[in-house]
Design a protein around this ligand. Structure first.
Ligand SMILES: [Fe+2]
Length: 447
């Protein structure tokens, strides 16, 4: 605890006025000195009586006067003021501390909800390590299929106590947080080995279910307090809800992507000669994107857009779609509508609105001579510029009943020739990088 500053208190006008008023009313002259003998109030004179002024039972100065009874009254007033000020300061420090904790918690809650499970675990560990003394912090979640606890993330010294039957298992099944400050003599830690002396362990649980546990531990003995436990559990419970949401979101997303693939396959079956086209376009597109350094969000959009790029063909009549001879101008116009028809279909599905530019513009050309909007260069969505290369390359190399697919090298030459006219040169470069890395070839392609 910081030493109380008596000098600072006696510089305050309200305090001086109060002492003046009191000593005036009592008809007494006093002076106040600090422990070093420096005069802080009044003037020296003949003051035989003296009493200490204290803060937290420690002397912080002295009050002098002629009448011991009167200075006792003045001293008790001063001690009361000092006591109140000390309390105010402690309260302010505590408030500040709580404010810091709350701000951190708010920041934590705000960020954590945008993360996936592993990111939440890492974020939780980072915050726990900043606030609580620990040589190791580990997050274990129960596997959704086997039910066994599985290490998701850990920081610090690896090898903390982590066994199903030990404290992790106990906390997981009881759903109750525990502090064990002396692991070596606590039977609940009998299964844990060696290096851990003290630990704090909280279940990761929502109202409905237990998801796992978080454990923080030290190698040297440490005295974890109820405050540590309180803070630890608050943070873990926020993370628990975020993890539960993230798990739910991830499984919904998985189901959604599966549905999208099924939808694309169903559509593809209308045109039996293009079997496997969708998956190949997706694989080529992803291989190209890996060399363009696109964001995780764009990668996700690309995956869905490449799968659904021809979804609008659902609106093209069978006799045009399956025609093997040359299309008339009118028929070609009908085929071209699959881009805008794709946009119309996707605009009804909230989760797929983001991929509309990729689907609608995959037949635009870099030189502005494509369709449906004659967009040019970077006006065309990057996702669409990638799909354009992947789609054309696959169309060139696939067999049709009325023609054989081009050999690999000839198709590569064609792609190179169209760089800067039909295709974005940067995307073409990324395509050739993928070919060079053997990520795009005809041997491994999906049929
Ligand atoms: Fe298309």
């Amino acid at each position: 605890m910081a030493i109380f500053n008596l000098k600072k208190l006696l510089l305050r006008k309200d305090i001086i006025n109060l002492i003046d008023m009191l000593t005036g009313a009592m008809g007494v002259n006093i002076c106040i000195k600090d422990n070093a003998g420096t005069m802080l109030y009044g003037t020296s004179g003949s003051n035989p009586a003296c009493l200490p002024i204290t803060a937290d039972s420690q002397s912080i100065g002295w009050i002098y006067g002629q009448d011991s009874g009167k200075i006792a009254a003045a001293a008790s007033l001063l001690n009361y003021i000092v006591g109140t000020e000390t309390q105010k300061k402690a309260l302010a420090a505590e408030t500040l501390n709580k404010y810091g904790e709350l701000t951190m918690l708010y920041d934590f809650v705000e960020k954590v909800n945008a993360f996936n499970v592993k990111e939440i675990a890492d974020f939780l560990i980072k915050h726990v390590s900043e606030q609580i003394r620990a040589d190791n912090v580990s997050v274990m979640l129960s596997d959704e299929i086997t039910g066994m606890l599985k290490l998701i993330a850990e920081s610090g010294i690896v090898g903390a106590p982590m066994t199903e039957v030990g404290i992790a298992g106990i906390v997981m099944s009881s759903g109750k947080a525990e502090i064990i400050n002396d692991c070596r003599s606590d039977p609940r830690c009998a299964m844990e080995t060696g290096s851990v002396s003290s630990l704090i362990c909280s279940p990761v649980k929502t109202k409905e279910k237990a998801l796992g546990i978080v454990i923080a531990s030290t190698i040297e003995p440490y005295n974890y307090t109820a405050d540590d436990l309180n803070f630890f559990c608050t943070l873990v419970s926020q993370a628990a809800f975020a993890m539960d949401n993230a798990r739910l979101y991830e499984s919904l997303k998985e189901a959604f992507i599966k549905t999208v693939h099924t939808l694309a396959e169903t559509i593809e079956k209308r045109d039996p000669y293009t079997g496997g086209h969708t998956k190949r376009v997706m694989n080529y597109s992803i291989a190209i994107a890996e060399n363009l350094g696109i964001s995780a969000g764009d990668k996700e959009r690309l995956e869905l857009a490449s799968v659904l790029h021809d979804i609008g063909k659902i609106g093209v009549s069978d006799n045009v779609l399956r025609k093997t001879s040359k299309l008339t101008d009118e028929e070609f116009e009908e085929i071209k509508t699959h881009t805008t028809c794709g946009r119309d279909i996707l605009s009804y599905i909230e989760e797929l609105k983001g991929i509309i530019p990729g689907v609608k513009s995959h037949h635009e050309r870099f030189d502005g001579r494509g369709y449906p909007d004659k967009l040019k260069g970077l006006e065309i969505d990057l996702i669409a510029r990638i799909i354009a290369v992947a789609d054309t390359f696959d169309a060139m190399t696939s067999d049709r009943p009325y023609r054989k697919g081009l050999p690999f090298d000839t198709a590569l030459e064609e792609v190179r020739k169209c760089s800067g006219t039909q295709f974005d040169p940067k995307v073409v470069d990324a395509f050739f990088e993928a070919v060079g890395n053997n990520k795009i070839n005809l041997e491994n392609q999906e049929k």
